[in-house]
Design a binder for this molecule. Structure first.
Ligand code: ZN
Length: 351
């Protein structure tokens, strides 16, 4: 079980020091942030202390159900709606992600002063994240609690780069106009043999195909965002290598490359790579080849900061793709067993 305590989230306890010019996170405990414990009230604790002494009070405290904490944690106009702020590791993770998103140039331009709120949910069978942008009001991001808890900051950032970069940030008139011309075409899958194609009009989500097609503006927006974030994560490492390991830079780029490769290699039927069948094994081998092709694309991209180069992921083998699927599968199964549900009670009813 994870270590929890009932203390309020205090900024000073975060292991990530920040230069003074950065914004600091603000924590707004919502009403009812602490779940009241049934038996332990100030009145009966005092009564017990009078009659049975401190040891009895301590014993009662030890028997209390774990308090569920929900805190809104914000940096600038980006927030987590329901962090279990009693857990220092979660609080630090949330803080690094908020620092990243709120300072990102592309996201700042896209939000144009609007707020973005990330809500952790008990999601298992759905995709680990989704974004809802109604055009006005805050941008609403839903993220699986298990993904937040189990994956390192780089992978969470990569997941959020997909949510912002492939979806609302790319939904501009210019992008949509160009996509009209690309939508029905059979496009060569980068890295696979001639004739292996992807097609937005037959894929589950057309915008996913457009988000991985190198000539499409949607891909460029997504890729640029991922490369910007890579440099930002590296800056976090420079500021505090202990709290922000450079492995997160690699993790973010690995997440990006796995995402684009698995969409492109399977025409957005990403589950094709899961399972024990020969077809699934072939799909994973394809994903590895496509991954390595996109790796060369981003290595040659002028938007890749030279300082990030040493932290690019290495070539992907089919075995490594299998391991990624197995890891995700294990974590999804654990999430299905409800292991995560109580850490961050959603402020929005789970769907
Ligand atoms: Zn998507």
């Amino acid at each position: 079980m994870r270590q929890r305590n009932t203390g309020a989230f205090e900024r000073g306890k975060s292991p990530t020091p920040r230069p003074d010019d950065r914004e600091t996170a603000t924590v707004v405990p919502p009403s009812g942030a602490l779940t009241p414990t049934n038996a332990l009230t100030p009145t009966n604790a005092l009564a017990l202390q009078r009659t049975a002494g401190n040891a009895a009070v301590n014993a009662l405290v030890a028997r209390q159900p774990v308090a569920i904490q929900r805190a809104v944690v914000s940096v600038g106009n980006v927030s987590f709606a329901n962090i279990n702020s009693g857990d220092a590791a979660f609080a630090a993770k949330a803080d690094r992600i908020l620092q990243l998103l709120s300072a990102n140039p592309s996201i700042t331009t896209f939000l144009n002063g609007r707020a973005a709120t990330i809500t952790l949910e008990h999601r298992v069978t759905e995709t680990p994240a989704e974004v809802i942008d109604r055009g006005t009001g805050p941008v609403d991001v839903r993220l699986a609690a298990f993904y937040f808890e189990d994956y390192d900051v780089g992978y969470i950032a990569g997941m959020l780069a997909h949510e912002f970069g492939i979806h609302p940030m790319a939904a501009t008139n210019d992008t949509l106009e160009i996509e009209e011309f690309l939508r029905d075409g059979d496009h060569q899958v980068p890295g696979l043999d001639e004739g292996r194609t992807m097609n937005a009009s037959t894929a589950k989500q057309a915008d996913h195909i457009m988000g991985v097609l190198p000539i499409s503006p949607r891909y460029k927006i997504y890729k640029n965002l991922a490369l910007e974030m890579a440099k930002q994560l590296l800056d976090q490492t420079f500021a505090n290598p202990e709290a922000a390991p450079a492995a997160d830079v690699t993790g973010l780029l690995d997440c990006f490359l796995m995402d684009v490769a698995s969409i492109a290699a399977t025409n957005d039927n990403r589950l094709a790579g899961a399972g024990l069948s020969d077809a699934a094994a072939t799909a994973r081998a394809d994903i590895a080849r496509v991954y390595n092709h996109y790796l060369t694309l981003i290595t040659d991209d002028p938007g890749l900061n030279a300082l990030v180069v040493p932290w690019l992921p290495g070539q992907k083998t089919p075995k490594a793709v299998t391991d990624d699927f197995l890891l995700l599968g294990r974590r999804v199964i654990a999430a299905g067993a409800n292991k995560y549900n109580y850490f961050h009670k959603s402020s929005i009813s789970n769907r």
